[in-house]
Design a protein around this ligand. Structure first.
Ligand SMILES: C[S@@+](CC[C@H](N)C(=O)[O-])C[C@H]1O[C@@H](n2cnc3c(N)ncnc32)[C@H](O)[C@@H]1O
Length: 283
């Protein structure tokens, strides 16, 4: 297990993932009932964009730093606000080069009655995660395999909430593992929101995962993707996506506003693209 998210924190893929996460959290808080969050691959909780790791790749320069250049159109800014607010809060608490990871964004959005379970297997990263979550009794950090954590914690007693699945994609069969884990979890908790992050190096893998979910009878899907048109010679990631199961009902509409603006602002070549596609089992 070599993956260190510190090299990639705040890059364009993190921006898409965290903007969508912040929107889902906002929608969950619209109802008066408590929710449960399960972050299966939680990472360190917060990152320092001035660290050696972040400065080695500078990926954040084509990510979060682009969003700081100038405001986007008012309708886009309105939708970005919960994410921008989390980034600003992390910076206020931890300095101007801080960048909040998914558990930090969750914790920031949670109300007194909401709960977070955050699993992280890498020991050093787990220590950072525990520190980032502090003594907050609403949050539980677990140093265990994320797939095991998912199996053990669905359905949550609140019966409403979100599972964020953001594995490192170091294993060749990660898409299949993700599909299997989600199918199993969905059998036990069909009404939960599931947000599955993936890199788009291997479109076949992403398509096979989608097919597997559809075959298992999982409906109400939303596929969100952006391609930043990174020159091939530059290597690295050029496209990313999220597959959402049971997305909050306004999310597709919001993504139609957000994604073109994000793709354009995060572009690394002349032809950025995006995809915002509700998918139903009957096609
Ligand atoms: C992409 S990063 C997570 C980033 C985080 N979700 C965020 O958005 O801030 C993936 C994390 O999964 C951890 N990891 C790898 N295999 C794991 C496993 N089987 N179970 C739990 N965590 C794992 C890695 O150490 C890494 O910190």
């Amino acid at each position: 297990m070599n993956y260190r998210h510190g090299f990639h924190a705040g890059n364009f893929a993190d921006v898409l993932k965290h903007v969508v996460l912040a929107r889902i959290l906002l929608h969950l808080a619209a109802k008066d009932k408590p929710y449960r969050l399960i972050d299966t691959h939680a990472g360190a909780g917060r990152y320092d964009l001035g660290s050696d790791e972040a400065l080695r790749t500078h990926e954040w320069r084509d990510g979060v730093a682009r969003l700081a250049q100038s405001p986007l159109a008012p309708a886009v800014e309105e939708l970005l606000a919960p994410w921008r607010e989390a980034v600003a809060a992390a910076r206020e608490a931890h300095g101007s080069s801080a960048y909040p990871g998914s558990p930090w964004i969750c914790r920031h959005a949670m109300r007194a009655e909401d709960r977070l379970i955050a699993a992280e297997l890498h020991d050093n990263t787990f220590r950072k995660l525990s520190e980032a979550l502090g003594r907050d009794r609403r949050c539980k950090a677990l140093e265990i395999d994320g797939w095991t954590a998912l199996r053990a914690n669905v359905p949550p007693k609140e019966r409403r909430g979100l599972v964020l699945i953001d594995p490192p994609f170091e294993e060749r069969d990660e898409f299949a593992t993700m599909a299997q884990a989600v199918i199993e979890a969905h059998r036990k908790w069909a009404s939960g929101i599931y947000a599955l992050w993936y890199p788009l190096k291997d479109r076949d893998g992403a398509e096979a995962m989608l097919d597997a979910l559809l075959e298992a009878g999982i409906g109400r899907l939303l596929r969100l993707e952006i391609e930043v048109d990174r020159p091939e010679a530059a290597g690295g990631l050029g496209a990313t996506g999220m597959l959402l199961i049971n997305p909050p009902w306004r999310l597709a509409e919001e993504a139609q506003i957000l994604l073109p603006a994000l793709a354009e602002r995060l572009a690394q070549g002349p032809r950025p693209r995006y995809r915002c596609e509700p998918i139903r089992p009957d096609g």
